[in-house]
Write a protein that binds this ligand. Sequence first.
Ligand code: NAP
Ligand code: HSE
Length: 431
Amino acid sequence: MDRVIRIGLLGCGTVGGGVVTILDREADDITVRTGAKLEITHVAVRDLSRSRGLPLPDSVFTDDPVRVVEADDVDVVVEVMGGIEPAGTLVRRALELGKPVVTANKELVAQQGPELYAAARAAGVDLAYEAAVAGAIPIIKPLKESLAGDRIRRVVGILNGTTNYILTRMTEEGASYEEVLADAQALGYAEADPTADVGGHDAAAKCAILASLAFDSSVHGDDVHREGIESVTATDIRTADRLGYVIKLIGIAHESDGQVGVRVHPAFLPKEHPLAAVRDAFNAIYVEAEAAGELMFYGRGAGAEPTGSAVVGDVIDVARNLLQTARGAYETHHRTTPIRPIDELATQYYVLLDVADRSGVLAEVATTFGAHDVSIAQVWQEGHGDSAQLVLITHRALERDLRATVDELATLPSVRSVASVLRVEAEVFEQ
Ligand code: NAP
Ligand code: HSE
């Protein structure tokens, strides 16, 4: 095979290392499948002194990523450094130079997607980002290509491996949050700043990308209502379990009544739902389409080789297109569907209150719910004396009414504190 497609790698950490390993290990088959040899000619890293144990000569490494992008012997730029800058400038520069880009950077795509898609389109080259959402799972292509003839109604996903890993171990082993987060970091699941994972930012970026593709409308990362898992407690997990639920960080994008609702937050999911069975660092995306019906995509959402697999798949795709002087499908954003305010969400809620252990408290609490039109489905007391708590599950209610209820509950003398409020997505697939 005489043809060579030369790759410039921006970043060689967890994902970059996975990419290098796969390209080396599967080189022969990849060459045949691509119709050209894929060769890494330059790699940008921050720390040149670090030994990486990868099958690459020292001569390819540099700490100048601009040089990699601009090098004459780079045909395809692979951005796996993360962050908005300098990654954004480097990606734009590569596109300006007419070089296709493969990126795993969901933060960048969620914030600057429309500008980057336009730059790629103007240059007539590919911008591929399969690895940016749910690691190894093919979901960008199915939405952009396989389902291009259908109308998507809803996308619900477990989109972050780190938080799913943490919640799984907290649920199954009663492990502490801090201990499990450290393990997730050691396994290469967590972002450089793990608050991006536990705070729901990473899942929100992925949810925005999925919503944009699903509904042909530009949904920015900041449009996503976002809550993380930091305040989920062992008590919440135990209560969910007793009631037949598991707590998961979910992302939901839903189009109805001319609006798109996009939200990421922890929620009670019924144990019998397929998403409830998604454990550890696995991700899953459930898609509801008008003609295709229900589809479920499942796999490893993080880690070096799972993510590397998606990156290499994209590299092969863009290399094949380069060889044919073609390019892949464009993103379409011809609708400007408004975002539904979170206040207008209707769902069920779990509320945990630390209360005074005396007569009349339950009546006061129930009156407050009633005053805001939030109907209680279940209520019971846990503990006694100073540790008395009321656990309440509501019927379906409007988010704005639930918030008004909680605000007023916090002012009642008999309520020592509002310990937890979580959404119960019992009807997530019926709303
Ligand atoms: P990482 O392990 O922190 O690796 C980042 C790499 O980029 C490192 O090699 C680092 O150099 C290099 N780098 C960072 N800033 C640089 C700069 N200014 N100049 C030159 N090199 C620079 O991160 P990662 O986990 O591989 O993630 C990379 C991207 O993939 C992120 O966008 C992330 O969101 C995305 N992603 C990650 C996963 C996952 O499972 N980890 C899954 C899907 C998507 P040094 O090695 O010298 O520090
Ligand atoms: N930190 C991310 C996660 C990596 O835990 O899912 C995959 O995007």
